[in-house]
Design a protein. Structure first.
Length: 114
């Protein structure tokens, strides 16, 4: 698929200068730390979810692709849904013990929160 860089230029004023070259800023993604250097906290959360419980994994340092891959593995192994965004993984239901065991098995330093 061709890169759609016109979306990045929305809101740019037209220039009549024939030598004008629009420069885009390249966004640097964070480099993912190795699993043994990650310190993840697994806790339960009920806020803003109509009383439903979710398992929240915080503390992941890395890019969004690696976060999504880890979330997919955890969701599959727990057999539930969830999401990964803003550096956090959300797993539906209370699976704290199972998630901590899975993360430790994968080499992460995981600690159970509240």
């Amino acid at each position: 698929m061709a890169e759609q860089d016109w979306k990045k230029r929305l809101g740019v004023v037209y220039s009549t200068n024939p030598d004008f070259n629009y420069q885009t800023e390249e966004v640097q993604q964070e480099e993912t730390l190795p699993a043994e250097k990650q310190k993840l906290i697994v806790k339960i959360d009920r806020r803003h979810r109509a009383g439903k419980q979710v398992t929240l994994i915080e503390g992941f340092v890395g890019n969004s692709d690696d976060l999504s891959a880890l979330a997919k593995i955890l969701k599959t192994r727990c057999g539930v849904g969830g999401t990964a965004k803003d550096g956090e993984i959300t797993i539906q239901g209370d699976h704290r013990d199972k998630v901590v065991a899975l993360l430790c098995e994968m080499g992460y330093k995981a600690k159970r929160g509240n």
